[in-house]
Design a binder for this molecule. Structure first.
Ligand code: NAD
Length: 315
């Protein structure tokens, strides 16, 4: 057990973290040290330059990618955020917190709340399960007909599916008590599916939880908020837009994340990063910055830096 962060960086050959290094860590990171964590380089130019400068080996959770294009180290956080979105939404629908004072599941003789979920991916599916379990009247909207077909097969009977388009969204949000924004367009900013003018037609005290806020948000009026100050109200509609939702439940989030990262971490520790990345393409896709070179094309393009093919280090 080491007692200071300086000792850890001085001794360790491999560092496993959750969030990207903060500025005070930049100078502690050593040449050839392996860092396995979320980096999100494309949204942080200072971090990118700092990791180039210290010549470390940066393997980013968010770009570890399987052959079927799925991102196994992003899934656990989406699962947490999706489930939490309903918990938060139910909470903010309560009158003392600014909501319209409606119980998600209703009671015998009183109709349940209407929950609209935009996007039926990982976040949307987990949110739908939670809302359905509480007895709400749930509709999941997506642009993928195949995804809607799948959801309609596996979901309980209080979950309906609907094609996502402007006409349908406009109609549904008017009647909604709780709307969850859960869309993702890979590599792009989320489009604004709920526009300012739609907000005016929503019920006073209804609640919007924009989980997609970390990609710019799919609700025009959303801006990122924090756990300390999670909501604001526009046109009588409560907005919850915390960009790091899993941070509020670190016990669950840490276990969920390490369940997914540990098999990869063991390979890196046992084989060393070069052999592990040669033998496991998921891990190879995670390499972003290696010994001063940007080896991940999208990061190089974002900051106009030279892109060095990762194979330089893996032959
Ligand atoms: N705020 C947080 O703490 C937090 C945590 C985890 C994930 N997220 C974010 O949640 C969002 C969803 O993540 P995910 O893992 O579920 O992604 P995902 O790729 O599994 O699902 C996204 C879904 O959105 C659908 N979609 C795309 N455009 C659409 C449109 N116009 N209308 C309806 N559906 C549309 C896709 O077809 C897909 O099914 C992402 O933006 C992610 O970054 C936020």
């Amino acid at each position: 057990m080491l007692h200071t962060i300086e000792e850890i960086y001085a001794k360790a050959e491999m560092i496993i973290k959750v969030k990207e290094p903060v500025a005070s860590e930049y100078s502690l990171i050593r040449e050839d040290q392996l860092l396995f964590t979320y980096f999100h380089f494309a949204s942080n130019e200072d971090l990118t330059h700092a990791m180039i400068k210290n010549k470390s080996v940066c393997l980013a959770y968010e770009t570890v990618e399987k052959a079927d294009k799925s991102l196994p180290l992003l899934v656990p956080m989406s699962e947490v955020a999706g489930r939490m979105a309903i918990q938060k939404g139910a909470n903010y629908l309560e009158k003392p917190l600014g909501g319209r004072g409606i119980l998600l599941g209703g009671v015998p003789g009183v109709l349940p709340a209407k929950v609209i979920i935009l996007g039926g991916g990982i976040v949307g599916t987990q949110a739908a399960y939670m809302a359905a379990g509480l007895g709400a009247d749930v509709t999941v909207m997506d642009i993928s007909l195949n995804r809607l077909r799948y959801l309609s097969e596996i979901m309980p009977s209080n979950v309906n599916t609907m094609m996502s388009n402007e006409l349908n969204i406009r109609k549904m949000v008017k009647e909604a008590d709780l709307v969850i924004g859960a869309i993702l367009v890979t590599g792009a900013r989320a489009p604004h599916l709920i526009t300012k003018d739609m907000l005016k037609e929503m019920k006073a005290g209804s609640v919007l939880v924009d989980v997609a806020v970390d990609q710019g948000g799919c609700i025009e009026t959303c801006k990122p908020t924090t756990h300390e100050n999670p909501t604001f109200v526009i046109d009588g509609v409560v907005h919850y837009c915390v960009s790091n939702m899993p941070g509020a439940v670190p016990f669950t989030s840490t276990l969920a994340l390490t369940n997914a990262t540990l098999p990869y971490a063991i390979q890196l520790a046992d084989k060393g990063w070069e052999k592990a990345c040669r033998e496991n393409l998921d891990l190879k896709n995670g390499l972003n910055v290696v010994k001063g070179d940007v080896v991940y094309q999208a990061v190089a393009e974002t900051f106009n830096l030279p892109h060095v093919p990762v194979e330089k280090y893996l032959t």
